[in-house]
Design a protein around this ligand. Structure first.
Ligand SMILES: Nc1ncnc2c1ncn2[C@@H]1O[C@H](COP(=O)(O)OP(=O)(O)OP(=O)(O)O)[C@@H](O)[C@H]1O
Ligand SMILES: [Mg+2]
Length: 438
């Protein structure tokens, strides 16, 4: 389940276009060996998801539904668990099984006094009325011993039944990946994510900063990862705070390098620098066990799956793929490579990164890509030359860059590689690679 993130600093530089078409290229590689529905494209643009409308394919459930499910059901479960703890302890106290000065009762009493009730949906719970009455009485219960006054209300609650209801809700609070995965017959890959801007809703904007909530989101994504051979993450320009560790995914990162003009090239150089900074901070925090929140949860998951040593190695030798987009003519590439090398040299990072920055592909400024009707976005099956370029990118991904040139390769080697378009047998070759790497 390698996860590939397509990242870039700015809007409109081709991240989504490349993610979609790379997904198509990877899909063809797997179809060659008779394997289907192995590739998933995830729209991590939570501000402005676009993939489902570009591909005119509308998932049954989107990330918006997922956030609602995780928030409502899970917060509901947490809430009910707390209520259960309060009710059962109070009842035990009334039955003489818990002492008035016990820590357990003191804790439940302070929970009872402090618990926010606005999220709880009373009407959906069998003992909703009794819970409502319990909280109405809060103002009259100033001390632990006054809990006795709650006896008539507590007597109406059967704790065994409460526990059984809680168990049922817990069982149903997991979102089912299948409801969110949308397989597109025509393209042969699945998409997941978008349609409604998740971050358009205030409570969701808040949740994106809550590590506890993000861990649930991560658990869900993890189930998605396990279901597919390759997962492409299309990411928003500039990133989304706490999901940056996902976007800068440990498996493979491809930075879209905008070659439109000189200013764009400078911006892309800067983006590479920012990425390296991010990565180095992340690596330092990893080695010193300082990761927090989602970053920590993400790495813990990976460590559990692949072992600490393997993750440490991958991080230490992290490779970065560069994809040059919107090139005007081939001569620009050597120029750009030279600027890249100089730039890294002035930062004293060239030696450290020259063999880790791979050149994974290029795409010229192309009329076909700009077709405005939605379906034009998948150019993979429509233009042979573009298709070959995407196959090259898929080959780089599948082979984990084993045969891609790096910044330290010679100009001619890099150009030869990038110009390998239209070479017969490329699809068959990546099909074979797909077999040997899975
Ligand atoms: N090589 C190219 N030649 C011509 N047009 C291109 C090329 N690459 C991308 N485009 C066009 O540029 C526009 C923006 O591309 P895209 O939506 O993929 O960018 P993005 O980086 O995902 O943007 P955002 O950050 O807003 O999500 C699209 O209309 C796309 O068709
Ligand atoms: Mg996009």
């Amino acid at each position: 389940m390698p996860i590939v993130s397509i990242i870039g600093p700015k809007g409109g530089i081709g991240k989504t276009t490349l993610s979609i078409n790379t997904a198509a290229a990877l899909t063809r590689a797997f179809q060659k060996r008779g394997s289907h529905d192995r590739v998933c494209l995830v729209d991590l643009d939570l501000r402005l998801p676009t993939i489902s409308s570009i591909l005119d394919s509308h998932p049954q459930k989107t990330f918006y539904d997922l956030f609602e499910t995780l928030a409502n059901k899970t917060y509901q479960v947490d809430y009910l668990q707390t209520l259960y703890r309060i009710v059962s302890t109070f009842k035990n106290y009334l039955a003489g099984e818990v002492a008035v000065n016990s820590r357990q009762l003191a804790k439940c009493f302070s929970l009872y006094k402090a618990l926010g009730t606005n999220l709880f949906q009373y009407s959906q719970f069998k003992y909703g009325n009794q819970i409502y009455d319990l909280f109405l009485e809060r103002g009259n219960i100033e001390r632990v011993s006054r809990v006795k006054h709650l006896e008539p209300i507590l007597a109406q609650i059967n704790v065994l039944e409460f526990k059984a209801i809680l168990g049922d809700i817990q069982k149903n609070s997991r979102p089912f990946v299948e409801e969110y995965v949308n397989f597109i017959e025509e393209y042969g890959f699945s998409i997941i994510g978008g349609e409604v801007p998740v971050l358009g809703k205030k409570s969701h904007r808040k949740r994106i900063n809550e590590p506890a909530f993000l861990v649930l989101f991560l658990e869900f994504l993890n189930e998605v990862y396990e279901r597919f051979e390759y997962v492409m993450l299309d990411t928003p320009a500039g990133g989304v705070g706490h999901i940056s560790s996902l976007m800068n995914s440990i498996d493979q990162v491809i930075l879209v390098f905008d070659m439109s003009n000189s200013i764009a090239i400078n911006g892309s150089l800067d983006a590479l620098h920012s990425f390296i900074d991010y990565y180095e901070d992340f690596y330092q925090d990893f080695t010193h066990d300082r990761l927090t929140g989602l970053d920590k949860a993400y790495v813990n998951r990976l460590t559990a799956a692949k072992g600490h040593q393997a993750i440490a190695e991958t991080l230490k030798n992290k490779k970065i793929g560069l994809f040059f987009n919107r090139c005007q003519e081939a001569e620009e590439i050597p120029d750009c490579l030279e600027r890249l090398r100089e730039y890294l040299d002035t930062l004293d990072k060239y030696e450290q990164y020259k063999n880790r920055i791979h050149i994974v592909g290029m795409m010229p400024q192309h009329r076909i890509i700009n077709i405005t009707n939605n379906r034009g976005a998948l150019f993979y099956d429509k233009d042979r030359a573009l298709k070959d370029r995407m196959d090259l990118m898929a080959e780089a991904i599948i082979s984990e860059n084993q045969s891609t040139p790096t910044l330290s390769s010679s100009e001619s080697e890099i150009l030869r590689y990038l110009e390998r378009k239209g070479k017969p047998g490329l699809v068959a070759r990546i099909g074979r690679l797909a077999s040997s790497f899975s």
